[in-house]
Design a binder for this molecule. Structure first.
Ligand SMILES: [Zn+2]
Length: 253
């Protein structure tokens, strides 16, 4: 019987050598024989790599609380209520390029996402393992890639040296602070926290400075109308506190 439609292409699994068929244009395939995940990109056949979680959920929450207690954070943020903590293996492309004679590693998300930080992940090469059937993802969701490697390749600097797909361990932590919900992404191999938005530090110091300036200036002006010499000194003092305080706060926050 003549098979109609797409001509199937036969290849061999790079891990166990078992033959497998795939449709042209298909990018992701699991070897039926050994369970290894394979990425097919034009003439290239690649492995998937995976980086194991090095932070447990509990450690991730502790890391989050340390981050939330940082000097730029709103008071009390470290005591936010954790709504959910979701472990995920997020797919990224790791491109190794030669740019002006130097090796450069570029990470790009392999999945469209609104989650912050996923272009800033650092992939430690020593921690990469081949993603095969022996790999146990536990309760972490394996996020499917939907972006092609080719799309990035054309725009990357330098010369192609090596590329692979790496499943990166992340936690998405959703938390509630003063009745509003926020999220962060945590690199579950390094503990680095990424966020696009978090509760801003309150504007109380600005208001305090503005208020102090106003009051001192008013007092100065009031005294100035009664006793001339001390009056303008107080006014000047008010202005110095206002300008100096404003500058100090602007630099600090
Ligand atoms: Zn195989």
């Amino acid at each position: 019987m003549v098979k109609l439609g797409f001509a199937m292409v036969t290849m061999n699994c790079p891990k166990c050598g078992a033959p497998f068929e795939y449709e042209p244009g298909m990018r992701f395939k699991k070897c039926d024989y050994c369970g290894t995940m394979i990425y097919i990109d034009k003439s290239r056949v690649m492995f998937y790599y995976v980086i194991p979680f090095s932070l447990s959920k509990q450690q991730a929450i502790q890391t989050f609380r340390r981050w939330a207690a940082g000097p730029k954070m709103e008071k009390g943020l470290e005591n936010s209520k954790i709504k959910s903590i979701k472990p995920m293996f997020f797919p990224v492309y790791r491109f190794v390029r030669t740019v002006n004679g130097k090796e450069q590693v570029i990470i790009k998300p392999a999945k469209t996402t609104l989650l912050p930080g996923l272009t800033k992940l650092k992939v430690p090469p020593g921690d990469m393992k081949i993603f095969d059937a022996s790999f146990n993802p536990g309760d972490a969701e394996i996020v499917k890639a939907d972006l092609s490697m080719d799309t990035y390749m054309q725009a990357l600097p330098g010369k192609e040296k090596e590329q692979e797909i790496v499943f990166f361990p992340i936690y998405e932590i959703r938390y509630e602070f003063q009745g509003k919900e926020y999220n962060v992404v945590m690199d579950a191999s390094s503990g680095e926290v990424f966020t696009s938005y978090y509760p801003p530090r309150s504007s109380v110091p600005y208001l305090a400075i503005a208020g102090t300036t106003f009051i001192l200036t008013a007092i100065g002006a009031a005294i100035g109308t009664m006793v001339h010499p001390t009056g303008w000194l107080v006014t000047l003092f008010g202005l110095i506190v206002g300008i100096g305080g404003g500058y100090y706060i602007a630099k600090k926050y």
